[in-house]
Design a protein around this ligand. Structure first.
Ligand code: SF4
Length: 425
């Protein structure tokens, strides 16, 4: 019997907008096909010889020595990075001809992300889909909670592909036993609507840093009262007020955030110049170069110069624009907390510090793309584009995130001293 399903309300509304979508789901991706669906396709092709040519070109067996039943075969994208099964309206012709049952788990469920925690399934959404981003940014922040849901909203009720599973008992690692408690605290902080955005981020960094002295990967015991005390402390109104005061007074005179942002984006551009995020970043950097009196971003020798241009741009916008952008960034964080699990990192603080870098990059690009006088809808369109392109190029690119992690670690930047300059710049 299927476990009970919880879902973010905006994912209950999700419907693929197909030919109205500004992108395709799978360009440049390696789409894995599980063994059962590969066999299903083989059977269908055997009955339909006209499908043989495209099948033998598009569907290849995974010969890697780490291949498993889940990654038994894969779709070979064409020279432009598109799936050969896409028709001229950018719709999946396999889906149209044969329905959902022939699609691999990845294709059938994308952009739904299912995680399992102690027999409860949770449905969240991948921000690499622009329609999910639109729904996520449009939903009231108070509705970013998991609610009981009818499993009829899933593409199928059996053989549900689960992204991550956590089943704990008294013998489980301590890091896993307390995962849900810490995850819920992160969610509650991101939804502290009585605090401004910078205050919430500082509390996230401070809380995760504090607990990381007693709660980390491979810790063998944990004083649960101490963990609870850290949680109680951050909801204390006096504490929130003192952080809010500190953040309002904090003047960031170091270009550190912009240097980190510039370095990560440059690396991304060098690795994948064909990606849309790289093209957006190219436009941003060239625009900044022009404002600095250079003809191209290649002439800028000091990454700190970007910080000056960014500051001037940032100050051009009204409070209502800042509130709109910050509301979007808080919703991005909430999506991450539901979908990603900090126990995949050595400590909750390292997870948060990496997240601060990611959200700083998104904030930098959004402010670099919007213009004074734009309507709230235009700003939302830009935020949607930036977030889904960022999710495709960075959030879902684990090898790239690993490189960023190693670089930050080598520079000793996974340290609380660097959190505040990354938050407010
Ligand atoms: S990216 Fe999202 S909305 Fe667009 S085609 Fe894919 S699933 Fe549908």
């Amino acid at each position: 019997m299927m476990s009970e399903l919880l879902s973010l309300p905006y994912m209950q509304q999700f419907k693929c907008i197909a030919d109205k979508c500004e992108d395709t789901c799978c360009q440049h991706w390696q789409v894995r096909i599980d063994k059962a669906h590969y066999q299903h396709m083989l059977d269908w092709v055997a009955e339909n010889p006209s499908e043989k040519t495209i099948f033998s070109k598009a569907v290849l067996l995974n010969k890697s020595n780490v291949a498993s039943d889940k990654s038994y075969a894969y779709i070979q994208m064409d020279e432009n990075g598109y799936c050969p099964y896409l028709n001229t309206q950018q719709q999946c012709s396999l889906h149209i001809k044969k329905g959902i049952e022939i699609l691999s788990d990845i294709c059938a469920f994308y952009p739904r992300i299912i995680t399992e925690k102690n027999s409860l399934l949770e449905l969240s959404g991948a921000l690499s889909c622009p329609e999910v981003v639109r729904l996520c940014l449009s939903a009231d922040i108070n509705s970013h909670v998991m609610l009981s849901s009818d499993n009829a909203i899933l593409p199928q009720r059996e053989d549900i592909p689960v992204h991550r599973t956590l089943i704990t008992d008294d013998n489980s690692p301590v890091y896993e036993i307390y995962f849900e408690k810490v995850q819920q605290t992160f969610i509650d902080i991101a939804r502290m609507v009585d605090c401004d955005y910078f205050t919430r981020l500082y509390i996230l960094a401070s809380y995760s840093h504090s607990i990381s002295t007693i709660y980390f990967d491979n810790c063998v015991s944990l004083d649960s009262d101490a963990l609870e005390n850290y949680r109680v402390h951050i909801f204390d109104p006096d504490y929130k007020q003192s952080v809010s005061h500190f953040m309002s007074q904090y003047e960031n005179d170091q270009p550190l955030a912009c240097i980190v942002i510039y370095s990560v984006l440059l690396l991304k551009q060098q690795q994948a110049p064909e990606e849309k995020l790289s093209k957006i970043v190219d436009e941003v950097f060239n625009d900044y170069a022009q404002q600095l009196g250079f003809s191209s971003s290649k002439d800028i020798k000091n990454a700190a110069d970007y910080a000056n241009v960014f500051q001037k741009r940032y100050q051009m916008f009204s409070n209502s624009v800042h509130q709109q952008v910050e509301d979007y960034l808080a919703k991005y964080l909430l999506n991450c907390f539901y979908r990603e699990w900090h126990i995949t990192m050595p400590s909750a603080f390292i997870y948060i510090q990496m997240l601060l870098v990611r959200v700083a990059i998104i904030r930098f690009i959004i402010y670099s793309r919007i213009l004074p006088g734009m309507t709230t809808e235009q700003i939302k369109d830009i935020a949607v584009e930036v977030i889904y392109q960022f999710a495709r190029a960075v959030d879902h690119n684990l090898p790239f995130l690993q490189i960023v992690y190693e670089a930050l670690n080598e520079q000793q930047m996974l340290h609380f001293d660097y959190s505040t300059p990354l938050i407010k710049f």
